[in-house]
Write a protein that binds this ligand. Structure first.
Ligand code: PGA
Length: 251
């Protein structure tokens, strides 16, 4: 039985004051016991968020890490070991915004994945096709290529301690959510693909859906057999909305 995970990706949002308030509001909301809940603040807020949620069940993750595990001469970067040191336990790798805005390639993403696991962090590997790729019937090809950059390179066992987030680019921040059927179709294909290498790893692998998840559509998405929770952007900045999404992932 896979335990659901709902992850809030705060992207480049928030000030010290607004984030403190968001967490205070979240603490007043009922969060389900049968769902793992994680938040991914910007780098500069990680430590403050970690301190504020220390007594709660909330997990804290980073939106990115360096390709290099150890500290070193990499101006502006943050290593996975440094993230571990300040209390992070997860990290997003390969978010489509970083693939697009920072030109992150599959091989760079693979190196970040390796660094994350070597530091003891759980990577959430983000994959997803563009609208043009979907319209050309290439959605699955794209997603498989992004997964294979890690799976074929490192071996299926690395997914024993990793999560995959399927985020169609056309659904991110657009208000255009994939239908539950569209999402389930790709999730099932991802799981079947991993199962070609190991049925047990595929069976236990959490596959999150991301792309305009809201309280209003979360329950339908999470009801799909291969959707194990969500990676939530915009709606994670609102405590009521985010907690409702977390509850929708529970029983
Ligand atoms: P969104 O973002 O929920 O605002 O669409 C999701 C994401 O980019 O992780």
């Amino acid at each position: 039985m896979r335990r659901p995970l709902v992850a809030g990706n705060w992207k480049m949002h928030g000030t010290c004051a607004s984030i403190k308030q968001l967490l205070n509001e979240l603490a007043e909301q009922a969060l389900p016991d049968d769902v793992d809940v994680a938040v991914f603040p910007g780098l500069i807020h990680l430590q403050a968020v970690g301190a504020q949620v220390a007594e709660s069940h909330l997990v804290v993750g980073s939106q990115d890490c360096a390709v290099q595990l150890e500290e070193g001469a990499m101006t502006g970067e943050t290593s996975a070991l440094q993230l571990k040191d300040i209390g992070c336990s997860m990290v997003l790798v390969g978010h489509s915004e970083r693939r697009q805005l920072q030109d992150e390639t599959d091989s760079v993403i693979c190196r970040k994945f390796i660094a994350a696991q070597a530091a003891g962090l759980t990577p959430i590997l983000c994959v997803g096709e563009s609208l043009a790729e979907r319209e050309a019937g290439q959605a699955l090809v794209t997603v498989q290529r992004q997964i294979d950059a890690v799976l074929v390179e490192l071996g299926v066992e690395v997914f024993n301690n990793a999560v995959i987030a399927y985020e169609p680019i056309w659904a991110i921040g657009s208000g255009l959510t994939a239908t539950p059927e569209q999402a389930q179709e790709i999730h099932a294909q991802i799981r079947a693909h991993v199962a070609k290498y190991s049925a047990t790893v595929a069976q236990d692998l959490k596959i999150l859906y991301g792309g305009s998840v809201k309280a209003a559509n979360a329950a339908e998405l999470f009801a799909q057999v291969d959707i194990d929770g969500g990676l939530v952007g915009g709606a994670s900045l609102n405590a009521k909305e985010f907690s409702a999404i977390c509850r929708a992932a529970g029983n």
